[in-house]
Design a protein around this ligand. Sequence first.
Ligand SMILES: Nc1ncnc2c1ncn2[C@@H]1O[C@H](COP(=O)(O)OP(=O)(O)OP(=O)(O)O)[C@@H](O)[C@H]1O
Ligand SMILES: [Mg+2]
Length: 237
Amino acid sequence: MAEPYIRTVDLCRYYDRGHHVVKALDHVSITVDRGQFLGIVGSSGSGKTTLLNLLAGLDTPTSGMVDLNGTPLSKMSRRQLSAYRAQKVGMIFQSFNLISHYTALQNVETALYFSTRTPAERRRLAAAALEQLGLADRITHRPADLSGGEQQRVAVARAVVKNPEILYADEPTGNLDFENSAQIATLLTELNKGGLTIVMVTHNLEMAQQEAHRTIRMQYGHVVEGTPSTVVGEKRP
Ligand SMILES: Nc1ncnc2c1ncn2[C@@H]1O[C@H](COP(=O)(O)OP(=O)(O)OP(=O)(O)O)[C@@H](O)[C@H]1O
Ligand SMILES: [Mg+2]
């Protein structure tokens, strides 16, 4: 059988609060195949963001491991891990993480700093990504001068502009109305059909079931439904 693309084994992330330990993630073992669109649902505080941050190599597990194509992230050198984050991974943060003194265009361009593209090419690609997300007339706005939904769309543009292999999306439609959510859902589905592997956290089970091939549910740091063999929602590519 082919090696899973992304795999976690007994992944744990505990926070020591002195008098007690918060088990934000507790022995989570999942696999994601290349080209798969995995949905993650679960109540607030169930560990979804914690899991995405570990998958993206932005946080370090307390124990257990994350591996990519059979290589544990923990065995990667600092340089390899930076390359993974900068080139392979696109991340849509729940809190957007836009740079406040940069314009929308400059925020999207930051995702291309690590590529070999010229500044003019970076600008053209960033502008095209913003245009695709309906923000052509907002490229010179700074985050404070954008609505929540517009900031979210800038964050989506920044995550996809570098044409990553994997997209980790944390509530990518959390601040959007129906129409804009549907537009992002369509965009993600198209990118997935083009080969992008997607792991998407959402509160919207309906959206997960419509867009994702497979959906897992988290509760209190555990995956309670949707282990590789039993899934909440399954749709073949
Ligand atoms: N730095 C920290 N110190 C202590 N506890 C933390 C820390 N960060 C997160 N937690 C706790 O870990 C748990 C999981 O948090 P996480 O952000 O992963 O939840 P979530 O599923 O993404 O929730 P939401 O849907 O509200 O975004 C929560 O109970 C949270 O309070
Ligand atoms: Mg979260």
